[in-house]
Design a protein around this ligand. Structure first.
Ligand code: 9MG
Length: 275
């Protein structure tokens, strides 16, 4: 897949490292520390083998409050500018706001990761004008309330139908099919069982004929199953990432880059011997 001037081969799973630029991450409250610590963390993830760095200034955790446009711009744009000067990598902007998409692409990002699948006003037009790949994610509800009572008759079929509709809408609006990635949205309005039903049947999402991204890192689908706090989920994180890789996920979005890169190498090795 082409990301501005960079080409990323997706025949084996690629690792996307998470860089949250929110005041509770990497900072003692000062802007300088937020930037410098974020850059140091990005450098570490790249050394560990990340292929993409996903930068986000809005927390989408269950219960998270909305963040204003100016706050989000202030958090992510200096980071993207500094990262694109310092590193030769693919930078993804995790946002649903069209103005943030436009500014982030101008600053050096070359992938739009939208957990709201370009449904916010003006987002589809901004993404098409940006002419970069987009990741369209499924979410039931909004982050503030999404985990209160998620309901599906058939979660895999419904998520797949939604993603198919979004692909069609994007293509009808002028986006190239080659620029679309989809994501079933683990943890976004899904119960524990819904998340594991989606992982068990992950191959279904490949029927959409575009690359599929899986993001399960440190989520409650791991914590609630294993009864582990967020810092104690590494084994669970690697287990679900390995399963997603084995089921053909083209991109795996994680916090623990080094361990995931190792797991993907094991999967790749096994797959070279497949009959
Ligand atoms: C921003 N963000 C948080 N979780 C995510 C997930 O599972 N997928 C994608 N694409 N983005 C996510």
């Amino acid at each position: 897949m082409q990301f501005k001037d960079k080409f990323l081969e997706l025949s084996t799973p690629k690792v996307m490292g998470i860089l949250n630029v929110t005041p509770d991450s990497f900072s003692d409250g000062g802007t300088f520390n937020l930037l410098e610590n974020g850059l140091a963390h990005a450098a570490l993830m790249l050394e560990e083998g990340a292929d993409i760095i996903d930068i986000g200034g809005e927390s989408t955790r269950p219960g998270a409050q909305d963040v204003s446009l100016q706050q989000e711009l202030d958090r992510v744009i200096p980071m993207i500018e500094a990262m694109s000067q310092r590193f030769d990598t693919i930078i993804s902007i995790d946002t649903s706001k069209p103005q943030v998409m436009t500014e982030a692409i101008r600053a050096g990002a070359s992938l739009i990761n939208d957990v709201r699948a370009l449904q916010e006003k003006g987002a589809l037009q901004a993404a098409i004008a940006a002419n970069v790949p987009v990741c369209l994610m499924h979410m039931q509800g909004q982050p503030r309330v999404m985990q209160q009572d998620p309901h599906y008759e058939d979660v895999v079929a419904e998520v797949k139908d939604f993603l198919q509709q979004r692909i069609s809408i994007c293509i009808e609006a002028g986006m190239l099919a080659e620029q679309i990635i989809v994501d079933p949205g683990f943890g976004f309005g899904k119960s524990l069982a819904h998340n594991y039903q989606m992982l068990a049947n992950f191959e279904e999402f490949h029927k959409l004929d575009v690359p599929v991204l899986a993001g399960m890192s440190r989520k409650s689908m791991i914590g609630n199953l294993l009864q582990r706090e967020v810092t104690q989920r590494l084994a669970g994180n690697v287990a679900v990432a390995t399963i997603a890789a084995q089921k053909g996920a083209q991109i795996i979005r994680v916090h623990d880059v080094k361990e995931t890169v190792d797991a993907v190498k094991v999967v790749n090795m096994i797959n070279t011997f497949k009959k």
